[in-house]
Structure formats: C-alpha cells, structure tokens
Design a protein around this ligand. Structure first.
Ligand code: DON
Length: 565
C-alpha cells in the first residue's frame, strides 16, 4: 500500500497533521483505491476489502452490506438498486436488481371502488413492498466478477451488527423522527432501542442482533440465505400476518439481470449509465445531447440563459420518460436508440424559445418530487475497475415495517409504478402504460449511477439519491465537471435546479441563485420554488496525469465520507 500516510511514516508529527488535513478537506485524495458512501464506517469496510486484495466488485458488495447496518434509512437488503461496472479493460456492464411486483399484484391493486388511490396504499403498508432484489444482485455480480470469497464480504457487516457501532447524531436524529413521530409503524417502535428500551444515544453503541442473524444466513448460504430457507419463511409468515402479498414463490423466482449500459457522448467524453427499468441513463444522455446541441460551454454557469436551457432540457427529457419508459421485459418496443440519438436532441430543441418558457401539457404527456432516501456509493480499485451503485428502499426507512426476527426494513418501491391507469395530472401523477403494475414487473426508477470515461478509462464515477431529482442532480454534476471544469467537491456542492415536466416549475437551491436571475426567469414565464437542498452526491474523479483519485461526499450527508488508500 503506497499510501499518502505511509510515505510520511518517518515523520510522526507531519503524518498526524496530514491526517487532520485529509479528514477536514472537502476532497480526499488516494493512489490505489477509494470508496465514497453515505457512511464513513461503510466506506472504510469497502476500503479494507480493497486492501485485502479484493477488487471494486468485492468492495461494493462489502460496502452495500455495511450500509444496511450503518445507514438503514436507505442502505438495504430489503430493497433494490442498480450497479454500473466499468472494468479495467474499458468494457462496461450493469446489474439490475430492481424490486419486482409480486405475483398477486395487478394494475388496479391500489384503487378503491371509485378508482382513487386507497389510503396511500402504494406507499404505506405491506402492499407497497416490492420483491427485494439487493442480495440477488450483489450475489450475481460476485459470482461473475468477485475475487475474494463471498463470506469475507458479508462478515464485516455481521460483526458490525452483532458487536455494534457508535450511534451518530445523524442516525439518532433520524431514529427520534421515525420512532416517536410515527408510532403506527411497527418495527420503528423498537428498532433503535437498546436493552433498556430507550433509543440508543449518540456516542453509545447500537447493536442489531436480529439483523446479524439474517446477515449470517446470507454469509453462509449466499443468495439462498435470503430467498430460501428460514429468512424466506419468516418473510412469508410476516407478510401473511400483516396484510402483505409476497410469498416464498415470489422470493424464489426473483432474478437479478445483467444488462448492457446505455451509452452517450459529450464533447469527446463517453457516458455510461443505467438502462431501463431505470429512466436515469436515458434521460441523462438525452439531456447531455441537448446541452451539446445548445453549446452549453459557451454559456455562463448559473446565468439566466443557463438555468433556462437546463430547465427546458429537463422538461423535455421528463416528458419523454413519462411517455416511453418502463420495465424492458414488459415494454420491448421502447424507442431507446431514438431517445439516445444526437438527431433526436436536435429535433427536441426545435421548438425551444431562448426567451420564453415552454409549456408542459399533461394531456400530451411527468409524480411528486423525491427526498434523499436512497443512497449512492462510488468505488475504484488499483487496477482501474470502477463501480457506480445506487440502491434504495424508496422512502426514508422504506415502508417502515419489517419482522423483528429478521431486523431489516422492507422497501415501499411499489409507489414507483403509475398508480392510476390512464390518469396523468398537472401535479405530476403519471398514468401512462409502460409503467403500470403487473405481476413480476419492475417499477420504473430514476436512479442514475453513472461512469464517464476518457480514453477508455474511468474519469468520473457519480450518483445520488433524491427520487426524480436524481436524474437532474447527476446531470448537472456531470455537466459541472465536463463543461465547467469544476473540481469534484465543487461540482457536487454547486447550485442545482430540478424540473420534471409536471408540475411545471423550477425547484432551485435557495441562496444559490441570485434574485436578478430569478426575476429574469419569472419574466420568461418560469414558475420558481426554493428548496433547501437537491441531491446527496458521492463522486470520484481520476486524474490521468497525476494518477490520483479524488473523492468527495456531499456536505448534506451527515455521516458520509470518502476513504482511500
Ligand atoms: O427508484 C427510484 O427512482 C426511487 N424509488 C428513488 C427514491 C429516492 O431516491 C428517495 N425518494 N424519495
């Protein structure tokens, strides 16, 4: 390990100084490998695997399991997600382990007799749970590309759950929020409590014995430790007892899928991202094409013209998303080649008025904004393998329910399906066909794990949580690095906006957009709404001239951080 630290080993004092500088800097620099995640303990678990000789795939798996323990708001084995993997050879592949609708699901399962959504049931209660995909996806990636034994990758998380780790303020605040404010949610009543029945306080040790046992099943039996045997039996029993419909058959039938990435270019860079059932990659590449077409590098960052163009690109990409995208296994006719083409970008901007906002028409062809309740992490290793992975429970702590015997929380991802067939509204509810519920169908996602390459080598590894805002968060950060030459930490922190076609408004990060610009945008016909923060990005860039990795975690992540060696 030619670590920045060990090079300075002769100078104990300077080493300490360097450590302090490195840990307070907005960016972390390393030579051999790096993990940037929403929780520094999990990032360290990943880096330890790299140091032991594991590759990026091994590190990503170990980090994912560690996040289930240390960042349970979104880290998960009860949810699903996507992984984009660029091998050191330059080849790129992806793993889709998105949740699926259970066999007993139907397009109208959330509706009452009047055709209205019943009791928020697509988000609340066990009908909202999709068949989890995370363990299957991680296992499949390991079978094909892992180097270290599977058990070595799960063991650190078993230990973390069993022996516990120090409760942070970030986790504690979330624990108080979900445990006390919503007593209806069963697992939350005791999830964060110690033996004395109190919520574990910051600085105290939080242990999760039931989760440790579940993880042990996965450590010993691999995929089958989750989808068969005692864990699967308890999932079925818990579902039956509490109004859920997921059965052992659903679990046994679940398969992760390795898919070709979607690919685009921007000013000579290659962009690789997630294909459907995520809409993220297609929309990202469509918007990057629109930016190339608009010659964005000539337009000043954060100017009125910049915000207008970026918002208009978002409006168009989100309308196309609503019209065309869904699970590819159910929508074989999706016009992906067209949506990804430079020609299409040209046509899509034909009706753009540089001085006036376009109109979003629900009758022609948009869901509410997302929160931060997904988590992204980026990993690189010493051989030049890079992985961008985003996974989620949908809402913060998913459906906030799970069996005490298993110690993990289920997703409420069924809420990502279009809930009312045929009904698209100006508030952003979408009812188009490609994303209606069907048995074994994957719900459309916005997750956008992305790798940008230069000369066949990873240049930027990036992603974010945030529901529909994810696509736009990643889009603007990629643009910040590629078009505006920003350092990764600055690209992550820079002002972001969000427009999703419907509702027709620009959400912007307050204090970061000048009153004059806002005024000018309103005069052009845009409706603006401030928000505190958009996105929680975790990114890594590679500098071929210094051969160094630079990582940064978004300052809005309370426990996040980059670890390298
Ligand atoms: O897959 C998706 O796009 C969403 N379920 C992600 C959710 C998220 O980022 C947090 N939002 N509420």
């Amino acid at each position: 390990m030619k670590n920045i630290f060990t090079k300075n080993v002769a100078f104990g004092f300077s080493l300490l100084l360097l450590f302090l500088i490195n840990s307070v800097n907005a960016q972390t620099i390393a030579e051999n490998g790096m993990v940037v995640s929403d929780n520094v303990i999990a990032s360290q678990v990943g880096v330890d695997i790299l140091k032991k000789g594991g590759n990026a795939v091994d590190a990503v798996i170990a980090t994912a399991f560690a996040l289930e323990v240390t960042h349970p708001e979104a880290g998960n084995i009860g949810g699903g997600g996507f992984m984009v993997f660029m091998k050191s050879t330059g080849d790129v592949t992806t793993f889709d382990f998105r949740e699926k609708a259970p066999l007993a699901a139907s397009p109208t399962m959330f509706l009452d007799e009047k055709g209205k959504i019943k009791d928020n049931s697509n988000h609340k209660g066990l009908l909202a749970v999709g068949v989890p995909g995370t363990v299957a996806g991680l296992y499949q990636a390991h079978q094909k590309y892992g180097k270290l034994p599977w058990a070595d990758l799960v063991r650190p998380s078993v230990d973390l759950a069993k022996k516990g780790f120090t409760m942070t303020y970030g986790l504690y605040n979330a624990a108080v929020r979900v445990s006390d404010n919503d007593p209806s949610e069963d697992i939350m009543k005791n999830y964060f409590r110690g033996e004395n029945g109190e919520i574990v306080k910051p600085g105290e040790t939080w242990k999760q014995p039931a989760l440790a046992k579940t993880l042990e099943q996965i450590e010993i039996h691999g995929r089958d430790g989750f989808y068969k045997g005692v864990v699967a039996q308890e999932i079925e029993d818990y579902m039956k007892a509490n109004g859920g419909i997921i059965t052992k058959e659903d679990l046994e039938k679940y398969e992760a899928v390795e898919r070709e990435p979607v690919q685009g270019t921007f000013n000579g860079y290659d962009i690789y991202s997630m294909p459907p059932p995520s809409s993220g990659g297609v929309a990202l590449i469509e918007m990057m094409n629109l930016m190339e077409e608009a010659n964005i590098t000539e337009i000043e960052f954060n100017s009125t013209a910049y915000v207008h163009l970026v918002a208009e690109a978002m409006r168009r990409a989100f309308a196309d998303r609503a019209e065309h995208l869904g699970d590819p296994d159910f929508n074989p006719e999706m016009p992906l080649d067209k949506l990804l083409s430079k020609d299409f970008a040209k046509k899509r901007f034909e009706n753009l008025d540089l001085n006036k906002a376009s109109i979003s028409d629900p009758a022609q062809y948009g869901h509410p904004y997302g929160g931060d309740h997904t988590t992204h992490f980026s990993v690189v290793d010493k051989d030049g393998n890079a992985i961008s992975m985003t996974y989620t429970l949908e809402n913060s702590y998913g459906v906030k329910m799970g069996s005490d015997k298993l110690g993990f929380i289920f997703n409420n991802e069924m809420g990502d399906f279009n809930p009312v067939p045929g009904q698209t509204t100006s508030t952003g509810q979408i009812g188009s066909d490609p994303n209606l519920v069907a048995p074994e169908k994957r719900m459309l996602s916005s997750m956008t794990p992305t790798i940008v390459a230069k000369d066949g080598k990873p240049y930027l590894v990036i992603g974010s949580p945030g529901g529909r805002t994810i696509i736009n968060t990643v889009f603007q950060t990629v643009l910040n690095v590629l078009a505006y030459d920003m350092r990764i930490d600055r690209a992550i922190e820079a002002m972001k906006i969000h427009h999703q076609w419907l509702p027709d408004m620009i959400l912007y990060e307050h204090n970061l957009l000048s009153p004059d610009t806002r005024d000018a945008l309103q005069k052009m016909g845009h409706t603006l709404r401030p928000t505190t923060n958009i996105g929680v990005l975790m990114g890594i860039t590679y500098d071929a001239s210094t051969k160094l990795y630079t990582g940064a975690s978004d300052s809005s992540s309370e426990d996040g951080g980059a670890r390298g060696y």
